[in-house]
Design a protein around this ligand. Structure first.
Ligand code: AMP
Ligand code: GLY
Length: 426
């Protein structure tokens, strides 16, 4: 059977890779894909913002399953358009995807249904936001642009001055464009973060194994936030007890709340959690697979991902059992010099063959392209060097061994991916 993946990042390469393991999948198409996906899928050149063109492609190529990678395309309503055409697609409808697309919607939903998250206010006027900040005096705050801002519209503040300045950046300087016209001001939470990606068909909720992202660009969580510089799975911070608490107090009530709102949720519900002293609290919800979380998660998944996705579409997730490899997995992102700011493209990447021949190693490409027989850099995050290992320390060693084989001019990567797990395990 043919399947169609939409996107060009490490997440989409990992999804293609996992789908390629299914005996039921003959051919994978991906639009637009990258140099890495080209080795296991057919990259197709379609404008992924053109939903009618995507519909036509799927019909002409008999694709029995479509998997959109990013929140942007889900928010565009691709699932609604495909369902209207009777096509099978994995992911939430536009109304359900608002759980990520509108932070106000997500926060109000949590408040109404008693789902643990930081206290907050929502503001459309600068003066009101400023008054809220000055009234709260000693409480540290986080300022967020309401709409989608490619993971960048969040400013964590330590002082009142910083919070006031952050509001100006959103609402007066328009640093985040339209997304910042409305801001959410949240109390700052403290604790270790962890991602839990759950499959749900609106009836059954099946959490995937936990993972931890590393958002800031530099070691020890220094520097500006990125899309994610690495991840590992499982994350020991989420003990069985905390996972059960997350299911009971966060995932189940959220899926029920979405049903009650007439926004039945199908697909991946990704809860970004902070493990606070008072237990797990929601930092944010995402409506799709985490990038780079899915890279290590996919490597540990034993159950056929094609079957899992179909069971969600058919509301038969309750019939599935998800099996995991005992091993841990670690993914290290290699990024272009200058990322997450401006960076150059077109640097020749060497050592990929040597690295991918190492046992238990997969190199998931993100921003790569082919040129004159070479693989070259073509984005900020370039590669996700991912490795299995008998435990987290071994997986870390294996991943960095593979990273050491690879080079391109200006390559930067964090050297401490998985360090929090090591601290916790020791
Ligand atoms: P978000 O895009 O909402 O996930 O926020 C990006 C990052 O900002 C999160 O991963 C956290 O590290 C941080 N953050 C967001 N909200 C809070 C909060 N209320 N307290 C502390 N840190 C936060
Ligand atoms: N890993 C963060 C995200 O996918 O949003």
């Amino acid at each position: 059977m043919n399947v169609f993946v939409i996107g060009s990042g490490g997440r989409e390469h990992a999804l293609c890779w996992a789908l390629s393991k299914s005996p039921k999948v003959n051919k994978i198409f991906i639009a637009p894909g990258n140099a890495g996906t080209a080795s296991i899928a057919e990259n197709v050149d379609i404008d992924i913002g053109n939903i009618p063109a995507l519909v036509r492609f799927v019909k002409n190529n008999d694709c029995v399953l479509t998997i959109p990678g990013s929140e942007a395309i889900l928010m565009d309503g691709i699932v609604d358009a495909f369902l209207e055409e009777g096509l099978r697609i994995f992911g939430p409808t536009k109304k359900a995807a608002e759980i990520e697309g509108s932070k106000t919607f997500a926060k109000n939903l949590m408040r109404q249904h008693g789902i643990p998250t930081a206290n907050y206010g929502v503001f459309d006027r600068v003066e009101d936001a400023e008054k809220y900040i000055t009234d709260l005096e000693d409480i540290q705050l986080v300022i967020k642009a309401d709409g989608l801002a490619a993971g960048k519209g969040v400013i964590v503040c330590s002082t009142q001055e910083e919070a006031l300045e952050a509001v100006k950046r959103c609402m007066e300087k328009n640093e985040f464009g339209k997304a910042g016209e409305r801001v959410i001001i949240e109390e700052r939470m403290y604790g270790e973060e962890v991602s839990i990606l759950a499959l749900t068909d609106g009836k059954t909720i099946a959490p995937l194994s936990s993972a931890q992202d590393h958002k800031p660009i530099f070691d020890n969580d220094k520097g500006p936030n990125t899309g994610g510089m690495g991840a590992y799975s499982p994350a020991p911070v989420l003990t069985e007890k905390l996972l059960n608490e997350t299911i009971e107090k966060i995932l189940v009530p959220t899926v029920h709340a979405m049903n009650r709102e007439g926004r039945r949720y199908k697909g991946i519900l990704y809860a970004g959690l902070m493990i606070t002293k008072a237990g797990p609290k929601v930092v944010e919800f995402n409506c799709r697979f985490g990038d780079p979380e899915i890279q290590p998660i996919a490597m540990r998944l034993e159950t056929d991902i094609f079957d899992l996705m179909n069971s969600v579409i058919d509301t038969k997730l309750c019939d599935m059992e998800i099996k995991w490899k005992e091993e841990a997995a670690v993914s290290v992102v290699m990024a272009s010099k200058g990322y997450p700011g401006t960076y150059e493209k077109g640097k020749v990447i060497s050592g990929l063959d040597e690295a991918s021949e190492l046992e238990g190693v997969e190199i998931f490409h993100a921003g790569t392209d082919k040129s004159a027989g070479n693989i070259i850099t073509n984005g900020g995050r370039v590669l996700n060097v991912t490795a299995l290992g008998s435990d987290i320390p071994t997986a870390i060693k294996n991943a960095y061994h593979a990273v050491d084989c690879i080079s391109f001019e200006g390559a930067q990567f964090r050297k401490d991916i998985g360090q929090k797990a090591l601290t916790r395990l020791s």
